[in-house]
Design a protein. Structure first.
Ligand code: NAD
Length: 280
């Protein structure tokens, strides 16, 4: 079998075209504020890309650059100002933040209704309770790609490898709420290959290059590769050994061009949703 490629670039382009049209028809432009502390090169690339895409969709966009030695109190003050600013619909603080700042303190300062990354305690808590407000962009985008595969998670066995608050944990909740029977595997899971072999749907969010092998995959399974890893040679690869797994899986997301572009599309969608729910 040669797996169908779930083309996140193409799907995200369609989504963004629809969003652009929606935004053009809105009386007030939704606005995304992105805060970057320090000058980490990877973070700068991510933040620049978010600004560029926001501009393409027609959103308002602000970027607030703060020095690397910004104190937690000063960052919280900036977040509080954005929270109080009625013209700002979405607030995103680019992580990681420098060591003197607690990520949890930053997240707790962002009001749930402006938390377009869907990472605050309130938004993750709402997802746990089955009444989501704004959902984390990467798992939300991964769910859209599963929908694209034509496989309905209802009644299927799903295995999510990884239990981070950003990807694995919310992904497992979304799959469970879509009526899949979900197993969460992690670094302490014994016999991981056997666990994964039971899955009709596999989501890999591990952070280890080409970790998931073809021999772990049930023939025909849908494989969603969230991983973004750089090899020593500088090549971008996922958490799945794509070439060999493609021979067994029914559908697979490529890296790059799978979940990555969906994540940014979901950020734009969340910004629009945040604007609409604040001012229906
Ligand atoms: P993380 O380090 O917070 O979590 C990794 C998870 O993998 C942990 O829960 C851990 O238990 C599990 N794990 C580690 N080693 C394992 C092993 N040997 N066997 C089984 N499980 C193991 O990482 P994260 O933030 O969840 O990100 C995971 C990957 O997804 C990374 O490659 C990251 O770059 C990528 N990512 C991509 C996007 C995107 O937009 N595509 C967004 C966020 C993260």
């Amino acid at each position: 079998m040669t797996a169908t490629i779930l083309d996140g670039t193409a799907v995200s382009k369609r989504l963004m075209a629809a969003l652009t049209e929606r935004v053009a028809g809105m009386a007030r432009k939704p606005t995304l504020a992105v805060v970057l502390v320090g000058q980490d090169p990877a973070s700068q690339v991510y933040v620049k890309r978010k600004g560029k895409v926001a501009h393409e969709v027609g959103l308002g966009h602000r970027q607030i650059d703060l020095p690397i030695d910004t104190s937690e109190a000063d960052l919280l003050k900036v977040v509080a100002e954005l929270a109080a600013d009625d013209d700002v619909d979405g607030i995103l603080v680019q992580f990681p933040v420098p060591a003197q700042i607690r990520q949890s303190a930053v997240l707790d300062a962002i009001p749930a209704e402006k938390d377009v990354d869907g990472l605050t305690t309130a938004n993750l808590g709402r997802l746990v309770q089955g009444r989501p407000l704004l959902v984390a962009c990467t798992p939300k985008g991964a769910m859209r790609l599963i929908a694209e595969s034509g496989v309905d998670p209802a009644g299927k066995r799903a295995v999510v490898i990884g239990r981070s608050n950003i990807v694995g944990r919310p992904m497992a909740l979304l799959l469970e709420q879509a009526n899949a029977t979900v197993t969460v595997a992690h670094s302490r899971t014994p016999n991981l290959a056997d666990v994964v072999r039971e899955a009709d749907l596999v989501v890999a969010a591990v952070g280890r290059p080409e970790f998931v092998k073809a021999s772990w995959i049930k023939p025909g399974a849908v494989v969603i590769d969230v991983g973004i890893n750089r090899t020593p040679e500088g090549k971008l690869v996922g958490d799945v050994a794509t070439a060999e797994v493609s021979e067994v899986a029914g559908a697979i997301t490529p890296v790059p061009g799978g979940v990555g572009p969906m994540t940014i599309a979901m950020l734009m969608e969340n910004t629009v949703e945040a604007a609409v729910s604040r001012r229906p």
